[in-house]
Write a protein that binds this ligand. Sequence first.
Ligand code: IFM
Length: 460
Amino acid sequence: MVSTAIQHRYRKFPDGFVWGTATASYQIEGAVSEGGRGASIWDTFSRTPGKVVSGHTGDVACDHFHRYPEDVRRMADLGVQSYRFSLAWPRVYPEKGRKQREGFDFYKRLLDELHHYNIQPAVTIYHWDLPQWLEDAGGWSNREIVNHYLEFAEAAFLTLGDQVPLWITHNEPWCASMLGYGLGEHAPGLKDWRRAYRAAHHLLLSHGEAVRLFRQMGLGGDIGITLNLTPAYAASGDPADVEAASRQDIFANRWFLDPILTGRYPSAFIERLEKHIGPLDFVQDGDLRTISQPIDFLGVNFYSRSVVQHHADGSLLEVCHVQTGNKVTDMGWEVYPSALYDLLKRLQAAYTQVPLYITENGAASPDVVVGGQVHDSDRIEYLHAHLQAAHQFIEEGGDLRGYYVWSLLDNFEWSFGYTKRFGLVYVDYDSQVRIPKDSFYWYQRVIAENAVGRAAHENR
Ligand code: IFM
């Protein structure tokens, strides 16, 4: 029996709460020319001078394509009940009009390995590695892509469906559209806001179509989508700043939340948006009904918040971001865990009663190996504080079913290449040796106890 003193020191999670870790294909697999894989937009982008720090590419990454048995063993040692990973579309459709029968073979092997250790897969269909041939045809800004995505999703459902209890149609469509087609910081690296909003719409439409197809196919398991949500706070009580925060919120969060969960785009922003990008004539009759197909859960990726002021510069948003002076991670992202609590509360109060999963949460830090160990106490503090926030939400009746740390391994952090480390496991990219960090052992204790201590050190 657990003593009262221990009960007091620990915050218990509900029985059946799912503990996991997450990764994505391009960030860890490597083997970009193996098994007949075609090129993805990230192969192209990372080879374009100046796009990724130090010209890093995902060519080898963590060599997970070959080392997955070791990585799955490590997860079993960690004790996670679930592993979230994504499928590389260019392995299945390497070039226009060609489907590769062996395209899913790697994932079948991976699923077998996970099954062996009783780790449940959570599969993201699209986590940004679009086949280059599809981008050449306009990528996400061409409505035709919805059919191609559906073909890929159907192939995935048919091939892997009986072994996958949790499907995620898309990871962070905000990044795929706004960073990829608007800000140009991610592949394909375009700076065209009209294309960015078209891309966002087609990503959402493909999500809705895939959910519809999943239901028609009568597959077991649950299906949802993962959004990166970054709550926006006003830097002051000045009404202009409050308005600015509301615009930032629409841009970062509501442009995706509202259509999926309410079947409407936020009307307050449409006039302003149309002044900048022209009419939203790419939204066709029936699209919003498709996009708002009922989902089984919502995946939330949370890292930080933004704090903004009004800034009259004639741009679409007219906001400027303010530094608060609070602690930041190695990404420069403010550590502000209570925003996670606020966000979860808001989601269930204003949007949906479907179960929530935190499908990513984690911190980058400049980890170093000292005497064969990695002492990443900042990451432990970060995870601990966010789990406290998650626990408070659950304690107050919130329906949060699981939590996935980003990430299992240090990996290719997109335009930052290998310079940002998010892993519970350190990767030496020259030797591919893996070293579990202190946070790995800390998270192992959290999982084993199904609880977080009131102070981070209590799980050490
Ligand atoms: O590495 C990314 C991941 O691919 C998507 N979510 C945020 C992570 C950290 O930036």
